[in-house]
Design a protein around this ligand. Sequence first.
Ligand code: ATP
Length: 226
Amino acid sequence: MDEAAHPTGRDPLVLLGGTFDPVHAGHLGLADDVRSALGVSEVRLVPARDPPHRPPPGATAVHRLAMLRLAIEGRRGLTLDDREMRRRGRSYTVDTLKELRDRDRGRSIVLVLGADAFRGLPTWYRWSEILELAHIAVAARPGDPFDSALPEPLVALWENRRTSDPRDLVAARAGRICIVSITPHDVSASAIRAAIARGGPEREAVRPLLAPAVWDYIAAHRLYAA
Ligand code: ATP
């Protein structure tokens, strides 16, 4: 039977892309929350080797990948997809989605974006193709009025494609925008890098935001030091 005609038979492929410089509790909490909200068994973390739209990462791709491996070790339901690490050139999400779509035309794909990342979507390379290849799950804090000030190119899309029912993400392979409520974690990789660079008590204060093995790795390789 043609699988493409029956996309509902399998879990969607759920992807969380990012720079993970370094991976922290906000990323892991987000992945866990999305996994349970969408009722899937796995969320794939997809680190970008050369992320567009931002200054070069503080740690090399090799270090960021190693930290991700350590962070997900023994954590149920989180896996790693290193295809952007192996690809040359800028790490464009649209290229990653195309690769995955070419490999499996029948499966739903869901790209997870934090609310901030979603608002910035119209600046992404060939962004309008993204919803042809995948759904988007926008992860927002409960009560976050993030849709009140969407950039103009997203307004109509949001009105026409939004859903809060995860079943819509299996009924079609791509094209919907699903809002997922997440537990807030007030943490960002940039704040962690800055605190480590300052050293002393500020460095120590961010320790609980990182997996112990990631903290040890950062210390052993003197990452993010001033
Ligand atoms: P930086 O501070 O360097 O910009 P970051 O902490 O935002 O980094 P990224 O690797 O850029 O981390 O983020 C990957 C994805 O994770 C994005 O979709 C982003 O919105 C989301 N994300 C990052 N931190 C959090 C958090 N604390 N809570 C929820 N989502 C988050």
